[in-house]
Design a protein around this ligand. Structure first.
Ligand code: IPM
Ligand code: MG
Length: 347
């Protein structure tokens, strides 16, 4: 079982270190961890955010544990040299098209949510975000208009097959949960979304036991803070999923808690916290490693089929939170390593 550990930039190395400690504590036989450079660190060392050797390592591993990428020092570079291209490149090159982002309120965190406790405590949802298409991967550019102004443009597009395969993931996820799927789009304005909605509706015929609804993304953003308990599985495109998952994270207390799995057709996957590199607190040992530790649990579940070990980690995190273990993002004072220790003790 080979795992590529790609820690990346900012707080990436700090939070990844704690997740690696947790994986190692499980003493799994045959577990091999390999490290590779990605992001701004890789651009500085190798002149590219996703070096060929890192991509090759990722290809030959069973799973990838990813920290974060993003570095303000690189923001002036051409887009293909920016740290974010590392994660976009891995998702695309490995055809990891399905991003699972669960959000559930942990016991004891009712007061950490940006929402009222009685609203927040009902949250138990899964965002299924498409990851290989949309405006993220369309043609883009900056051109000069006849009047001399610059105009930035990005092409948004979804083909039927791209929508179909993510819709199946959404429906199957709903089958394994409470049987409800909400497809989020902007079909009242965008043709991309019209095709999305039509295809999701077609795929629904294969899943008569799943209750499908459609919602415009503006309404979904509103419903997510008004009554998030109404959602079971939400399936949506790359851009809307990016935005709604950050929003969902604050509904359950902190962006430092949300884990994610990026999957393709096989069992290889990439696992990362949904938060970024947080350059403002990088290197200070105060980032919350829980999202990365929970991502490691998802790795064990989805790529290595070690459900027991995955739930052991999740239970340890839940216990730590119930016992009042809190980093700064949750109003506490504990540092990254102390949180790691607290989870290891409970494991
Ligand atoms: C995420 C991140 C990435 C995205 C960035 C770092 C490119 O925000 O995983 O949500 O936009 O997908
Ligand atoms: Mg994001």
């Amino acid at each position: 079982m080979k795992i590529a550990v790609l820690a990346g930039d900012g707080i990436g190395p700090e939070v990844t270190r704690e997740a690696v400690r947790v994986l190692e504590a499980l003493r799994l036989p045959d577990l091999v961890l390999m490290e590779g450079d990605v992001g701004g660190v890789a651009t500085k060392r190798h002149g590219t955010p996703l070096p060929a050797e890192t991509l090759e390592m990722a290809r030959t591993c069973d799973a990838i544990l990813f920290g974060a990428v993003g570095d303000p020092d690189c923001d002036h570079l051409d887009r293909h040299l920016r740290p974010e291209q590392a994660i976009l490149g891995l998702r695309k090159e490995l055809e990891l098209f399905a991003n699972l982002r669960p959000a559930k309120l942990f016991n004891g965190l009712e007061d950490a949510s940006a929402l009222r406790p009685e609203v927040a405590s009902a949250i138990d949802l899964l965002i299924v975000r498409e990851l290989n298409g949309d405006v993220y991967f369309g043609e883009k550019g900056i051109r000069t208009l006849p009047d001399g102004q610059r105009q930035g443009w990005d092409m948004m597009a979804y083909s039927e097959s791209e929508v179909r395969r993510i819709a199946h993931v959404g429906f199957r996820a709903a089958q394994g949960r409470r049987g409800r799927l909400c497809s989020v789009d902007k079909a009242n304005v965008l043709e991309t979304s019209q095709v999305w909605r039509d295809v999701v509706t077609e795929v629904a015929r294969d899943y008569p036991e799943v209750e499908l609804s459609h919602m415009y993304v503006d309404n979904a953003a509103m419903q997510l803070v008004r009554n998030p308990g109404q959602f079971d599985v939400v399936v949506t495109g790359n851009l809307f999923g990016d935005i709604l998952s950050d929003q969902a994270s604050m509904c359950v207390g902190s962006i430092g808690l949300l884990a994610s799995a990026s999957l393709g057709e096989g069992s290889r996957g990439l696992y990362e916290p949904i938060h970024g590199s947080a350059p403002d607190i990088a290197g200070q040992g105060k980032a919350n490693p829980m999202a990365t530790i929970l991502s490691a649990a998802m790795l064990l579940r989805h790529s290595l089929h070690l459900e027991d070990q995955a739930s052991r980690i999740e239970t340890a995190v839940a216990k730590a939170l119930a016992d009042g273990v809190r980093s700064g993002d949750l109003g506490g004072t504990m540092g990254t390593a102390a949180i790691g220790d607290a989870i290891l003790e409970r494991l």
